[in-house]
Design a binder for this molecule. Structure first.
Ligand code: GDP
Ligand code: MG
Length: 251
C-alpha cells in the first residue's frame, strides 16, 4: 500500500468510468466537490477532462481515469516540494492557528531529518536568538490569530530577528493546515499567505475524516506547494508530499 492508503476513496465509488456522457461528467464534478477540491477547481478539472477525452478520442474507462489523474497532478505542481536546507544553519519557521498540528509536525520532521543524519534544533519562536547555532533550526510559533494586524506584527518582528541573527541562512516558512477543516482552512491560509510569505504547506490529519482533495484546492487557490502531509499521530506518520502517489490514492 502507498503512503496515502488512509485517504478515503469512497467519493468515486459510484462513478462508472466506461460511460462517458454528460451525466458522467456531472457526477464526476459532484464527486470531486465532495472530495474537497472545491467547486472552482472541480469544475475546471472536469472541463479540462472533457477537452482531453475529445481531443485524444479516449474511450476506455481506465484511460479516462488516468487523464483525470494527469490533470490533477499538473494542478499540484506549483513549486518545489523539498525543503531548502542548503545552508548551515537553515531555518524553518512553522506557523498556523492553534491545534492544527504545528508542534506534532515539527517533532515528526525533526525525527525524519535526524534519521538522515542532520543536526536539528527545535525552538519556540521567541527563543530563536538563543537557538540559532550551526544546526538546522525548526521554529515553532504560538498559534494565536487574534486579528490580521496582530499576526502581521508578530510575524514581521520574528522575521526581523531571524534575518538579523542568520542573514545567510536558507529559510522556509511553512503553514500548517488541518485537512479536516476543508475549504475553511483555505480562507485561513489566504490571510497567512498575505502576511507571512509562505514557501510551503504542511497538511495534517489526512487520516481520519479528511477528504483528501483539499491538496489540489490548496495548490490551485494559493499557488503554494504542499511539502509534507500528516497521516496520523505517531512520530513516523508524516510523509514528504508526492503528487503522483497522492492522486493515485485519491482516484
Ligand atoms: P499545534 O497547536 O498547532 O501545535 O497542534 P499540536 O501539534 O499540539 O496538535 C494538536 C492535536 O492534533 C494533537 O492531538 C495531535 O496529536 C493531533 N495531530 C497532529 N497531526 C496529526 C495528524 O496528522 N493526524 C492526526 N490524526 N492527528 C494529528
Ligand atoms: Mg503547539
Amino acid at each position: 500500500m502507498g503512503i496515502f492508503a488512509k485517504i478515503k476513496k469512497a467519493w468515486f465509488d459510484t462513478i462508472v468510468w466506461e460511460t462517458i456522457d454528460d451525466e458522467f461528467y456531472d457526477e464526476l464534478e459532484d464527486s470531486l466537490i465532495m472530495a474537497d477540491l472545491g467547486a472552482t477547481v472541480a469544475h475546471d478539472a472536469v472541463k479540462k477532462l472533457r477537452d482531453v477525452v475529445y481531443q485524444k478520442s479516449i474511450q476506455r474507462g481506465d484511460d479516462v481515469k488516468q487523464a483525470l489523474r494527469d490533470i490533477l497532478i499538473e494542478k499540484l505542481n506549483v513549486g518545489d516540494t523539498a525543503l531548502d536546507l542548503s545552508t548551515k544553519p537553515s531555518v524553518v519557521l512553522v506557523i498556523g492557528v492553534n491545534g492544527v498540528g504545528k508542534t506534532t509536525s515539527i517533532g515528526k520532521i525533526a525525527h525524519r531529518l535526524k534519521g538522515e543524519g542532520k543536526r536539528v534544533l527545535l525552538c519556540a519562536a521567541d527563543t530563536f536568538r538563543a537557538a540559532a547555532a550551526d544546526q538546522l533550526v525548526l521554529c515553532d510559533t504560538a498559534g494565536r490569530l487574534h486579528n490580521k494586524v496582530n499576526l502581521m506584527n508578530e510575524l514581521s518582528k520574528l522575521r526581523k530577528i531571524i534575518d538579523r541573527e542568520t542573514p545567510d541562512a536558507a529559510k522556509e516558512t511553512l503553514l500548517v493546515l488541518d485537512a479536516t477543516t476543508g475549504q475553511n482552512g483555505l480562507q485561513q491560509a489566504k490571510v497567512f499567505r498575505e502576511t507571512a510569505g509562505l514557501t510551503g504547506i504542511i497538511l495534517t490529519k489526512l487520516d481520519g475524516t479528511a477528504k483528501g482533495g483539499i491538496c489540489v484546492a490548496i495548490a490551485q487557490e494559493l499557488g503554494v506547494p504542499v511539502k509534507y502531509v500528516g497521516l496520523g499521530e505517531g512520530i513516523d506518520d508524516l510523509q514528504p508530499f508526492n503528487a503522483e502517489e497522492y492522486v493515485k490514492a485519491l482516484i
